[in-house]
Design a protein around this ligand. Structure first.
Ligand SMILES: C[S@@+](CC[C@H](N)C(=O)[O-])C[C@H]1O[C@@H](n2cnc3c(N)ncnc32)[C@H](O)[C@@H]1O
Length: 441
């Protein structure tokens, strides 16, 4: 399949070089474009400017590029004020801005927070409920083939990375897999799609998005003037979903560059790898980005997720290198595998769907899960591997010691544990750790 200047899939080859900008050229462009146009959206919409991805790739981040160009960091540009009109009988694009940052800035100048909730947030929520009743849930717009190709091209150029800060592929994955939005964290009881109807929760989430907070102040340029105020957002459907993400009401997704780090450290070009709990394609993408040859076989019992994975494989013409099987790993048999690499469910921390084949549904308590699911995962992995083949399992702190003991019982040699530190954000104040457990047959 032709993705601009690349072919993705078997026998990938580079057809033509894209225009390569030097750092100096990019700095000059950034400095010349004008402070109120310094947005990724603006760069992506102008044909005569380099895309934001080019700039990010060159400098390692958008803000880093601005910093290097000597443009004040933290400046966020505004948009023309939007009127607050919306109508549930009309369909809107996902990025349609109902309330712009600039509109909200002006509104807060002469309205109280209570007025903002009563006059803007509550009517907006009422509109959202009517809109969803008419048109269905506000899933994101599916990632397009050329966006996947751009991502894969970018991942191929980047080194694998253990750092949780490097999050290439996050947006593409979350936009492609609607099954991601159906999944829930056990501690919150319901998925974002259901919790969306919890009006109190939605008000709480939207308050911050509508500029009501006591937190850190941000700089913006509105109408050519620099102002300092609460963080503001252009309110669109995307921002409603984003509120669930930043508050950690969505399940985790495996980072493709972390997968690339594992595949390139423990695997080799041409290998066959089995991913018993395939999930949302983070490892699949990491594998494709690591090697030009070899095969990835992924099993997962989640029917909707598997059909989305299969569509992705079809869309990207990866059928000869990737096989997706809609099955519990317990029922799957394979041999002569070079590397097993997976990130299983952490018992019932995240619930991906309600099907009986899900390990958290099949094994109702932790003991049954340990002896039924975890033990079987290790036995199946051992049996699938060639002698000398590695089995790599990413686990949380609660499960990793038990996994190591069980791996030894099954016959695995212990190789090492690599700690992955998950970054603190201003929403999750504490750092947490996950562990990459490496065993050998
Ligand atoms: C999503 S991953 C979790 C790790 C990480 N969030 C990720 O994206 O890779 C866990 C996957 O295990 C799958 N799963 C649940 N029960 C399973 C079973 N019996 N056999 C294989 N996979 C299973 C779930 O459907 C889910 O997709």
């Amino acid at each position: 399949m032709n993705c601009g200047d690349y072919y993705i899939g078997i026998g990938e080859k580079k057809m033509a070089r894209p225009i390569e900008y030097t750092r100096e050229e990019l700095i000059e462009i950034l400095q010349g474009v004008g402070v109120d146009r310094l947005s990724k959206r603006y760069f992506d919409s102008c044909k005569n400017l380099p895309g934001s991805a080019t700039i990010i790739r060159k400098f390692g981040g958008w803000n880093k590029a601005l910093e290097e160009a000597g443009i004040m960091q933290g400046i966020r540009t505004g948009r023309k004020p939007n009127s607050k009109r919306f109508c549930s009988e009309q369909q809107y694009l996902d990025d349609f801005v109902f309330f712009s940052k600039e509109y909200m800035y002006d509104y807060h100048k002469n309205h109280s927070d209570e007025q903002c909730i009563k006059e803007l947030i509550i009517p907006f929520i009422k509109f959202l409920y009517e809109y969803v009743a008419r048109y269905g849930w506000i899933y994101p717009v599916k990632t397009k083939i050329n966006e996947w190709c751009d991502l894969i091209r970018k991942l191929k150029k980047m080194d694998g990375n253990l750092s949780s800060g490097t999050w290439s592929g996050n947006s593409e994955i979350k936009r492609y897999f609607s099954s991601f939005w159906d999944a829930k964290l056990n501690c919150f009881g319901e998925s974002p799609i259901k919790l969306f109807y919890d009006e109190k929760l939605l008000i709480r989430f939207l308050k911050y998005r509508f500029g009501i907070s006591n937190g850190k102040k941000y700089n913006y340029v509105f109408g050519g003037n620099k102002v300092e105020t609460n963080e503001l957002f252009d309110i669109s459907f995307k921002q409603v979903r984003r509120a669930f993400e930043v508050n950690h009401y969505t399940v985790s997704v495996f980072k493709p560059l972390l997968a690339k780090w594992v595949y390139t450290k423990y695997g080799f070009d041409g290998m066959t790898t089995w991913d018993p709990c395939a999930g949302f394609a983070g490892r699949l993408l990491g594998f494709i980005a690591s090697f030009d040859n070899g095969k990835y076989i992924g099993t997962d019992p989640n029917t909707k997720l598997c059909s989305e994975l299969s569509c992705l494989v079809g869309d990207l013409n990866l059928g000869e290198r990737v096989e997706i099987i809609n099955s519990m790993m317990e029922n799957f048999n394979i041999s002569d595998v070079d590397l097993v690499f997976t990130c299983p469910p952490y018992f019932n921390t995240e619930i991906y769907c309600d099907e009986e084949t899900q390990s958290s549904v099949k094994y109702s308590d932790k003991d049954a899960w340990d002896n039924g699911f975890l033990k079987t995962l290790l036995i199946k992995s051992y049996d699938s591997l060639k002698v000398g083949g590695k089995c790599i399992i990413m686990f949380d702190g609660k499960n990793s010691s038990l996994c190591q003991c069980m791996a030894a019982e099954v016959g695995f040699k212990f190789v090492e544990v690599v700690t992955v530190k998950n970054r603190k954000t201003h929403f999750t104040k504490k750092t947490n750790y996950e562990f990459i457990l490496v065993f050998e047959r």
